[in-house]
Each structure stands twice: as C-alpha cells, then as structure tokens.
Design a binder for this molecule. Structure first.
Ligand SMILES: *[C@@H]1O[C@H](CO)[C@@H](O)[C@H](O)[C@H]1NC(C)=O
Ligand SMILES: *[C@@H]1O[C@H](CO)[C@@H](O)[C@H](O)[C@H]1NC(C)=O
Ligand SMILES: *[C@@H]1O[C@H](CO)[C@@H](O)[C@H](O)[C@H]1NC(C)=O
Ligand SMILES: *[C@@H]1O[C@H](CO)[C@@H](O)[C@H](O)[C@H]1NC(C)=O
Length: 466
C-alpha cells in the first residue's frame, strides 16, 4: 500500500501514534466489544410520571382513531424574510447555517423531505389516524432499552422517558442525537410547533408487529410506519472517535487528492462477520486488479495497523464500496463526502438521503450493484474503461451529497421539517402534569427533564463490580 498522502504544506496530518489509534478505532466501531462497559445505573433518567399519567401502551382501536386531513399542508409558512428572493444555497457560506427559514430550506434542499412525506402518506393510506399519546409511550420497552421519549415545547427540548439497554451503546447515541435536535431547535429564530415523539436508538429489528411510529436512524424497507431521521453521526459519532461531522469534512477536503491522483481502485475495509453480503464482496473481488478490498479481524492488531484505513484515507481512492453491516452503513454518509464514485449495493436499510441515489443517466451520482456483488466486476471494468463517466459520477455525487444534502445545514432543515409535519398530524403535548408534594398537596410540575439538565446531570454508566 502506498504511504498516506501528505498535504500541500508538506506535513503529515497525524503523528504515527494518532494514526494507529485511528486505525484501531475506525475498525472496532463496526464491531465493538459490548461486554466491557455494562452500565449498572444511569443517573439522568427523568422523573417518572405518576401511574395515572403513564399511559397504557395499547394503541387505540382503528375505529377510534382521528383521521388525518389529507389536504393539510406539509410545508410550514415562512414567518420571516431575512433573505432576498434570489437567495440560493452557497455551500461555502451556508453549509453550517443552522437558521435557514422553511422557504430557504425548500430552495436549498428541495428533494430532502421525501421520507417525512412518505410516512404521512402511509398513515393516511392505512387509516392509522393522528399520532396519539399512546403512540409515543415507550413503557412497553421496559428492559429492552434503546429508546427515548421527548418533547419540544416553546422551543425547549424535554426528555420525558428513556429506556436504556444494558450494553451501554445507546447512551452516547442518545446524547449525540439530543444535541442535534436541540441545535435544530435553538438555532431557528422563528416559532416551532410543540411536539412529542419517541426515538429508537437501535439499529436492530425488534418490532415485528410494525406497530410504533418511532423515529429511527434507519428504516428497513419493510418498516413503512417508521420515520427516518439523520443519525447521531451528524453530531459526532460516539464510540468510534470518528469525530465531529464538520471536523471530518474539513479533514477530507484538506487531504483529498485531485481525481487524477487518486488510486484507480475500489476500496473497502471491514469485518465480514456482521453481514453475509460482505463475504460476497470479498469473494467477488478476490485477486481482481481493480480491488483493494480487505477484511479486518479485530484481534489482529498488527494486521490492523498494516491494512486499516481512516475515512479520509478512503477518499484517496476513486471508488469506494458501501456495505450494510448490522443494518445501514453508518459510514456511508462519510464516504459520500469523498469526491469519489460510491459503489452501493441495493439497500435494504434506508436513511433520509437514500432516495437521492441516482444510478443512471446524466445525473448519475452512484454506481448500483446487486447485493451479492455478482455484477461488481463488470461495473468496475466499465468505470475503468470510461474514466470521464466515472469522474462525472464523482462530481455529481459531490454536488448532491457533500455540498448539499449531507451538509450540516441540511440536517437542521430536515429536523425542523419533521417537527412541523409531525405536529400537523399529532396530538398537542401537555407541558404540565400533576404531582403530590410531601404534604400530599397537588402540584403542577413540568413534565420530563429539560435537555440542559439531562445532559449536565448525566453521569456515565459505571462498570459493574465483578
Ligand atoms: C383540511 O385541510 C384543509 C387545508 O388546510 C382545510 O381547508 C380544511 O378545512 C381541512 N378539513 C378539515 C375537515 O379539517
Ligand atoms: C439579489 O437581490 C438583491 C435585492 O433585490 C440585489 O441587491 C442583489 O444584487 C441580487 N443578487 C443577485 C446575485 O442577483
Ligand atoms: C428500532 O429501529 C430498528 C431500525 O429501524 C427497527 O428494526 C426496530 O424494530 C426498532 N425497534 C423498536 C423497538 O421498534
Ligand atoms: C445476484 O443477485 C441478482 C439480483 O438480485 C440475481 O438476479 C442473481 O441471480 C444473483 N446471483 C447469484 C449468483 O446469486
């Protein structure tokens, strides 16, 4: 393998030790050891609501559901006009502009809200009716974990309930995603609707009944009742030290070779145990001249040091292969930040941007292959014999993903559109509930725990004494 490209100013970005650390971490994240950090207690669980206010988890019978008005607007009104009519999204200027108005969000990211509208249409089609309090109740998950219930009221985020899993994996994800939501809330100068929702922190299938309209990081294609949200990696990928999203974008941009200087090969690293299709990828690329595709074994640190790659190093290649793992490809959005051709197998797990993949025509922005990678060889041969086409796909990818739909600004727009649409089809949450004080007197108390208290009082789970 060639040495890591050094940047223009001629210094290596990381010291050797930093690199080794990254190599280990980047690979362990996709198959991390769970056992060593079992939480015994989580201090920041919001105060439980009293038994009377805790709703039973049964959903209302179909005939008692309130129908959704199919002609209601799914686009919020613009309440302020701090921009000219001729405003357009300028990536350099606006990529971290978190206060775009609804109209600016529509101009900048016109095709981004597909999954949100799809979820509404599905409820209408199935007559599921408006979202009720029962829909956002998560007590049914007791013991199972990986889920939280939250509320936005007067532009303040509250955590109503959380059910932690015992592997501790959901904790940093929750912290990251709550910060992401909070950023979308407080950065916006206008009004936001009051809403209450439940968010699934998992990437594992556990809801065979397809019952709950949960917010999820990824949706199985056969889970139409779920609402897809931008995942925790847009804040900072916990556990992996992949880092803060914009930091990674900066490092990619700073170190990325020009197209001509990229390795004309398809790159992939990962554990094959997480998904059978990864094994197929290895088989179908074995001994191919176009392939730099290697499996990684976690325990073999020496080998890891030799063949491991950071995300910015993946961008040194013209072709990057995406694979699903446990479920969606968590690193997919990072790879889409490379000015490279993304090779994507038919997805089963969908994210907010999945529908934006275009696999043919002048706007082609990815190369689609079968889940068994049988046609990968022919796809690669085609790309290598039509370098102009390959470069065009890479350019289109940059335009669509890196410089538009995968900007931090786009994620804030997506969140706020979701808040709005959700509010249009769901109950109005209550800010207060009744509690009894030490003298048995009824008192009105704000429900849940404000985000600020939740994160500042949070103590990391301590490992059980063994
Ligand atoms: C449905 O929404 C439309 C558009 O907002 C409104 O004009 C109409 O009155 C609503 N119908 C009902 C039954 O609420
Ligand atoms: C946009 O409109 C404003 C005000 O009408 C004008 O001053 C500005 O020059 C226009 N910008 C462009 C790029 O057309
Ligand atoms: C959590 O999300 C995953 C991915 O969408 C889904 O498969 C699973 O069923 C969800 N869990 C619950 C408890 O609904
Ligand atoms: C690979 O997948 C494609 C598309 O699903 C299918 O048509 C083909 O038969 C599969 N090939 C093998 C060898 O399994």
């Amino acid at each position: 393998m060639k040495p890591w490209t050094i940047n223009r100013r001629g210094y290596t970005l990381c010291t050797f030790s930093c690199m080794v650390l990254l190599l280990i971490l980047i690979t362990t994240v996709f198959f991390p050891p769970y056992g060593s950090r079992l939480p015994t207690s989580l201090q920041s669980k919001p105060e439980q609501e009293s038994a009377e206010t805790r709703k039973i988890w049964k959903l209302p019978p179909m005939d008692q559901r309130i129908p959704i008005n199919a002609s209601m607007s799914l686009t919020p009104e613009d309440e302020y006009s701090g921009f000219h009519d001729n405003w357009t999204f300028d990536t350099d200027r606006d990529e971290r502009n978190f206060h775009l108005s609804p109209k600016q969000c529509s101009i900048a990211f016109p095709k981004f809200y597909y999954e949100i509208e799809r979820a509404v249409k599905y409820r209408i089609l199935k007559g599921l009716g408006r979202i009720t309090e029962q829909d956002v109740d998560i007590t049914w998950r007791e013991g199972g974990g990986e889920i939280l219930r939250a509320m936005i009221y007067d532009k303040q985020l509250y955590i109503i309930d959380v059910e932690w899993a015992d592997h501790g994996y959901d904790v940093p994800r929750a912290i990251a995603i709550l910060h992401s939501i909070n950023r979308a809330v407080i950065s916006y100068p206008g009004k936001l609707p009051n809403i209450e929702f439940a968010l699934n922190l998992s990437d594992w299938p556990l809801d065979p009944d397809h019952r709950w309209p949960l917010w999820v990081f990824t949706r199985h294609e056969e889970d139409p009742e779920k609402w897809v949200v931008p995942d925790f990696g847009y804040w900072s990928w916990p556990e992996s030290f992949m880092g803060e999203y914009s930091e990674l974008r900066h490092e990619i941009r700073e170190n990325e070779p020009s197209w001509q200087h990229k390795f004309p090969k398809a790159v992939w690293r990962g554990a094959i145990a997480t998904n059978e299709l990864r094994e197929e990828l290895l088989k179908k690329s074995k001994n191919k001249p176009w392939a730099d595709i290697k499996s990684i074994t976690w325990d073999d640190k020496a080998n890891l040091k030799k063949i491991g790659l950071t995300i910015p190093q993946h961008c040194n290649y013209k072709f990057v292969v995406h694979t699903e793992g446990h479920s969606y490809s968590g690193r997919g959005k990072y790879l889409l930040n490379c000015q490279s051709v993304s090779i994507v197998h038919t997805p089963m797990w969908l994210e907010p941007h999945t529908h934006l993949f275009i696999s043919e025509g002048p706007n082609q922005n990815i190369v689609a292959v079968d889940r068994n990678f049988t046609n990968l060889d022919s796809a690669m041969k085609d790309l290598l014999t039509s370098p102009r086409k390959a470069q065009r796909i890479a350019r289109n990818s940059v335009q669509t993903f890196r410089d538009r739909y995968l900007t931090p600004a786009a994620q804030a727009c997506y969140w706020r559109r979701l808040f709005y649409v959700w509010s249009q089809i769901s109950f109005e949450p209550k800010l207060f509930h009744d509690v009894k004080d030490q003298n048995g007197q009824r008192r009105r108390k704000v429900r849940g725990k404000p985000f600020e208290s939740f994160v500042s009082e949070f103590t990391l789970p301590v490992k059980a004494e063994s």
